[in-house]
Design a protein around this ligand. Structure first.
Ligand SMILES: [Zn+2]
Length: 194
């Protein structure tokens, strides 16, 4: 995992503007989540669609040189295959009472380009550096027993932000990010406006 420098990649127009579609989606999401307080496991997350426009995928590809932000594998010649939310937008693993960081769904500094294996929770083989080719081939011949992938995992130490009501503290997050430190002041600005 390498640090990604966003200073040389402009915020994609659809997010920076924002586009009418993104603006509408933000407004709809605010209404959606406001009607579901307190959040419970019975609720379903808002289905965001407009954070992954072609301009976003192209910008993410430039940001990481066409590589997955986590495993650095090549992820396609045109755009990012997966648009990953570093802070998950649709819920947090093993935390049913939290809706996820939905207010960061369109934040450029919360988006990463990833391959499908890193983004989704899928059954996968994990190859260790010390394994021989024969061991790798033997491993790949078997059905993977465990699921790996970030999915909605986002462990932190400390108080978790909920819809902007609680301050984010990126200094105590547990999951490292190739984007470096997301400025807390930036995140707080979004929190207050949402
Ligand atoms: Zn990957």
């Amino acid at each position: 995992m390498r640090k990604l420098d966003r200073a040389n990649v402009a915020v994609p127009p659809s997010l920076a503007g924002p586009s009418q579609a993104v603006a509408n989606e933000i407004a709809n999401a605010i209404t959606y989540y406001a009607a579901r307080v307190p959040w419970t496991a019975d609720h379903t997350s808002y289905q965001f669609q407009n954070y992954r426009g072609a301009d976003v995928k192209i910008a993410l590809r430039r940001l990481a040189g066409g590589n997955c932000a986590y495993c650095e594998s090549k992820i396609g010649a045109v755009g990012a295959r997966e648009v990953e939310h570093y802070r998950p937008k649709g819920g947090i693993a093993a935390l049913a009472g939290h809706p996820g960081y939905w207010w960061l769904a369109h934040r450029w500094d919360n988006l990463l380009p990833t391959c499908r294996d890193c983004n989704k929770s899928l059954r996968q083989h994990i190859v260790n550096p010390g394994m021989t080719e024969a061991e790798v081939l033997e491993l790949q011949g078997r059905r993977a027993a465990a699921s790996f992938g970030k999915a909605n995992q986002f462990e932190i130490r400390g108080q978790r932000a909920v819809g902007g009501a609680v301050m984010l503290n990126s200094k105590i997050r547990c999951l490292s990010t190739p984007a470096g430190t997301i400025p807390v002041s930036t995140l707080l600005g979004i929190s207050r406006s949402s």
